[in-house]
Design a protein around this ligand. Structure first.
Ligand code: ADP
Ligand code: ADP
Length: 233
């Protein structure tokens, strides 16, 4: 059974007399364990699609079935529950709480999940060790490099064991060397069985994914396996 099935979804925005069809008709199936790069020019609908996949928004037509549940018509509260359980987000700008330590930033999603403090700290420490930051747990974001901040964000995204990691331009604020390190980390996470959907406009970054989906004008223009990666499945 696929992890993600979207069937003929559309998303339109109505602004005054104008209607913008940000997504016209998009259908995709993504299986557990896939590593997908979503590409396409600015305005092609990538953010709109990611917002729907991440349950931050719902389509104005069509269906989105996530892990067996149709989430297309859920209320905001229901969507928030699905997000907390199923989705780990990684952003271009890291989105860490500046006054909190790395440990507390990573532990944050566990508060919403109702995990007690001792367990939260233990799990967050372990998650930071897994991204190579076991010696930085008490550092605040401004005491960390960009690459280290993104590692903290990746540890936070993984802490609840989500079904999907959604990464929106995760290397957009990083230099080339650090970007390659972060993509190496994403590959490690993928190798452990996680499902990753990554938005990027950089071909070099997309080449770390196993499948490339290209969008244009609210449609999927093409969708193909990364020819540079030997497929094991
Ligand atoms: P991308 O992420 O590929 O740059 P977007 O999904 O942000 O594309 O945008 C697709 C189209 O939808 C664009 O024409 C954009 O201006 C429009 N759009 C996106 N979000 C909104 C919104 N909240 N309200 C109105 N129009 C939007
Ligand atoms: P990105 O750079 O990731 O494509 P954008 O700058 O396009 O993001 O969009 C940033 C935010 O503004 C998003 O939440 C998007 O939905 C919204 N947005 C994008 N285009 C429009 C628009 N034309 N009108 C209103 N909101 C928009």
């Amino acid at each position: 059974e696929p992890l993600i099935t979207i069937k003929d979804i559309g998303r339109k925005y109505v602004i005054g007399a104008e209607t913008i069809h940000a997504l016209k008709s998009v259908s995709l199936t993504i299986n557990k364990g896939e590593f997908v790069a979503l590409m396409g020019p600015s305005g092609s609908g990538k953010s709109t699609l990611m917002n729907i996949l991440g349950c931050l928004d719902t389509p104005t037509k069509g269906d989105y079935i996530l892990n067996g549940t149709n989430v297309s018509h859920m209320t905001d509260n229901e969507l928030a529950d699905v997000r907390n359980k199923e989705i780990g987000f990684v952003f271009q700008t890291f989105n860490l709480l500046p006054r909190n330590t790395a440990l507390d930033n990573v532990a944050l999603p566990l508060i919403y999940a109702g995990v007690n403090k001792v367990n939260r700290q233990e799990r967050a420490k372990h998650a930071l060790e897994n991204v190579g930051l076991g010696n930085r747990i008490d550092h605040k974001p401004n005491e960390l490099s960009g690459g280290q901040r993104q590692r903290v964000a990746v540890a936070r995204a993984l802490i609840n064991d989500p079904s999907i990691i959604l990464a929106d331009e995760p290397t957009g604020n990083l230099d080339t060397k650090t970007s390659i390190e972060i993509m190496g980390l994403m590959e490690d996470i993928h190798a452990k069985g996680n499902t990753i959907i990554l938005v990027t406009h950089e071909e070099d970054i997309a080449m770390h994914a196993h499948r490339i989906v290209r969008m244009r004008d609210g449609l999927v223009e093409n969708d193909y396996p990364n020819p540079n990666i030997q497929r094991v499945q």
